[in-house]
Design a protein around this ligand. Structure first.
Ligand code: PMP
Length: 401
């Protein structure tokens, strides 16, 4: 008998499992609104033109080799990534007090940041929003932190539970870490307004809570890289400390290349240098050093102004298509006279709509209409197209009537 004979079958990942089920369905009308990956109007994955160009340049570069990167990754990539999220004129960058390391996309950046905090920070509790991306509690628990939740979403308004959020952060222990979605909150699509961010900042600074930003959708929410980084930048502008995990999965379409960065903004360049030295000790035994290809693509695009502009145009095109899907879905439900207030579809921000459909309604839509989505009622707007909106609207209409 196998020495592994006693091993139990593990459950599918709640998000990636949706695609597994979708792939098994032979129906020609099936629609996958589960995983958060951009699709064109034709339902196809997209490689940005500017990414293809950068890859051509890299392939044709005669001096390019495939040596190991340093433990901290590609230096240019790190500098440019910090500039992208904190802003070109950020005093923290100017004063050389940001430690940035290249990591394995957003997930890897969160994990490295989590492990660093578990080893070196005085308060081991991290507060994450209720609800949040399903991987957050697992990443931080395995990193060695204690995970607690703060109230975030109000099902009654399908908006932000701002008072609940302030109350929960007020009663968190001094120094606790707080995970904040920089923009386009996943799964709810609900973001604080800039005024609310300012109140969150004041409260967090007064309680010495440590902000850890998860930025997986910069530029993807509004179409503007600067607008989507406002939340992070107001925290950096006050001179205080914070962490930021960046992902290029969505905004450059580099999902499988696993490109991201972790930045830790410190009070002085001296502290930042020591922080970086400890980040290396976290990374070295975990995966030694990060992969070179994706980071080279990003650095190539970010340092060339023409390519940078081409990128922002393509990014805006993706964001606009998603915003247009929101309008079309809202319009189609309105046309059908579907009962209920569906205005949250156009109010919510980013890749996902948190529909408010319950587990039973989701199961019904999958069974009867072959529409695949996570059981919490989250749909990926990027997986929709003008062609599939009517089918989805019919399904929602049938589910709620
Ligand atoms: N954070 C959030 C909120 C996300 O939605 C995602 C992607 N689903 C990630 C982080 C990380 O994704 P990746 O590791 O692919 O960059």
């Amino acid at each position: 008998a196998s020495v592994f004979a006693g091993i139990l079958q593990a459950p599918e990942d709640p998000i990636l499992g949706v695609t597994v089920a979708y792939n098994k369905d032979p129906s020609p009308v099936k629609v996958n609104l589960g995983v958060g990956a951009y699709r064109t109007e034709e339902g196809k994955p997209l490689v940005l033109n500017v990414v293809r160009k950068a890859e051509q340049l890299l392939v044709n570069d005669p001096v390019r080799v495939k040596e190991y990167l340093p433990i901290t990754g590609l230096a240019d990539f790190n500098k440019l990534s910090a500039k992208l999220i904190f802003g070109a004129d950020s005093p923290a960058i100017r004063e050389n007090r940001v430690a940035t390391v290249q990591c394995l996309s957003g997930t890897g950046s969160l994990r490295v940041g989590g492990e660093f905090l578990a080893r070196h920070y005085h308060e081991r509790t991290i507060y994450i929003p209720q609800p949040t991306w399903g991987n957050h509690p697992k990443i931080f628990t395995l990193a060695g932190l204690a995970v607690k939740y703060y109230r975030y979403y109000d099902p009654a308004t399908r908006g932000l539970n701002f008072n609940g959020l302030l109350e929960d952060l007020s009663s968190a222990p001094t120094g606790a870490i707080v995970l904040l979605h920089a923009c386009a909150h996943n799964p709810t699509g609900v973001d604080p307004t800039l005024e609310q961010w300012e109140q969150i900042r004041l409260l967090m600074r007064s309680k010495e809570l440590l902000p850890f930003f998860d930025s997986a959708y910069q530029g993807f929410a509004s179409g503007s890289l600067d607008a989507d980084a406002q939340s992070v930048r107001i925290f950096v502008a006050d001179g205080g400390e914070c962490l930021a995990a960046q992902s290029y999965a969505k905004n450059m379409g580099l999902y499988g290349e696993r490109v991201g960065a972790l930045s830790i903004v410190c009070k002085s360049s001296d502290v930042a240098a020591r922080v970086e030295s400890q980040l290396k000790l976290v990374i070295r035994p975990m995966y030694s050093n990060p992969p070179i290809h994706g980071a080279s693509i990003v650095a190539t695009i970010l340092k060339n102004s023409e390519m940078y502009n081409e990128w922002t145009a393509e990014l805006k095109m993706m964001a606009d298509r998603i915003i247009s899907m929101r309008k079309q879905l809202f319009g189609a439900l309105h046309e059908r006279g579907t009962p209920g207030d569906w205005s949250h579809i156009i109010k919510q921000i980013g890749m996902f709509t948190f529909t408010g459909l319950n587990r039973e309604q989701v199961a019904f839509m999958t069974k009867e209409f072959h529409i695949y989505m996570t059981s919490d009622g989250r749909i990926s707007m990027a997986g929709l197209s003008s062609k599939t909106v009517p089918h989805l609207s019919d399904a929602i209409h049938a589910a709620v009537t």
